[in-house]
Design a protein around this ligand. Structure first.
Ligand code: SF4
Ligand code: FES
Length: 261
């Protein structure tokens, strides 16, 4: 297969960027999108030119580091698919393919389509630690967790922090990412003690980082390679309201999870 690529090239965050056209030739249909870029880069290096920078690590859809906008869609727009898991057989031979970085004020371009997503790390850090008693780990069966809570928490924990939700949102909101992080700790007994402070601190950090607000477009869920549900944003908003009302009061010993659903 042969493709014409229009790739966003930008030397660093302060330099002006522009699209540069390349030909990707002799591409195997079973190559991933990143492997196709590897082939293009080998040719650029052989010619003494600057290879295209792109983020990647696991190439298995797990780490969340890969992520570019392909033909206007985060990760290329295939359901539940990260850029590293997108294969060239899903394109037509001869296609023109546009490759761009995530576009968001909070994600500054580092180089080419690589962006700085450390704002996500700072949001997670703002969430703090869970209260864990010292000593040996408690027997797992000693902490009863309702099945529904466990499944919801695990669903939320599948977020890989890729940032596609931000790139897809017209407001560049990080609400789906933050909601997933708030939920996967707040739903479980081990993370419930800090539930109310956590949602206040993480959403404050999200705003401080320059992400936009959620206006219920739902593009985040559609772009998410892990199918994180916008339901979690509703739950985060409910937690936020309850936390705000509780501010200054002592939290009760046992929190009623069902009451905020
Ligand atoms: S919510 Fe989905 S799209 Fe957003 S960072 Fe997590 S995995 Fe990526
Ligand atoms: S390289 Fe890890 S998710 Fe794509």
């Amino acid at each position: 297969m042969t493709f014409t690529l229009h790739v966003w090239r930008q030397r660093d965050r302060d330099a002006p960027g522009r699209f540069v056209t390349y030909t990707a030739a002799a591409v195997d249909p079973d190559m991933s999108f990143l492997e196709m870029l590897d082939v293009v880069n080998e040719e650029l290096i052989a010619k003494g030119e600057d290879p295209i920078a792109f983020d990647h690590d696991c190439r298995e859809g797990i780490c969340g580091t890969c992520g570019v906008v392909i033909n206007g869609r985060a990760h290329g727009g295939r359901p539940r698919t990260t850029t590293c898991q997108l294969h060239m057989r899903h394109f037509r031979d001869g296609d023109r393919i546009v490759v761009e970085p995530w576009r968001a004020k909070a994600f500054a371009v580092v180089k080419d389509p690589v962006v700085d997503r450390s704002a996500f790390d700072r949001i997670v850090a703002a969430g703090g630690f869970i209260t864990a008693p010292p000593g040996g780990a408690a027997d797992a069966n000693a902490i009863p967790v309702p099945k529904e809570d466990a499944e919801l928490a695990l669903d939320a924990a599948t977020c890989i922090g890729c940032g596609a939700c931000v790139a897809a949102c017209p407001n560049a909101s990080a609400s789906l990412f933050v909601a997933a992080k708030v939920a996967h700790l707040g739903l479980l007994p081990q993370g419930r003690a800090e539930r109310w402070e956590r949602v206040l601190d993480m959403t404050a950090r999200m705003d401080a980082e320059g992400f936009g607000g959620c206006t219920n477009h739902g593009e985040c869920e559609a772009a998410c390679p892990k199918s994180i549900s916008v339901h979690f944003i509703g739950q985060m908003n409910a937690d936020y309201l309850r936390a705000w009302l509780r501010r200054g009061r002592r939290a009760p010993q046992a929190l009623d999870v069902a009451a905020v659903r």
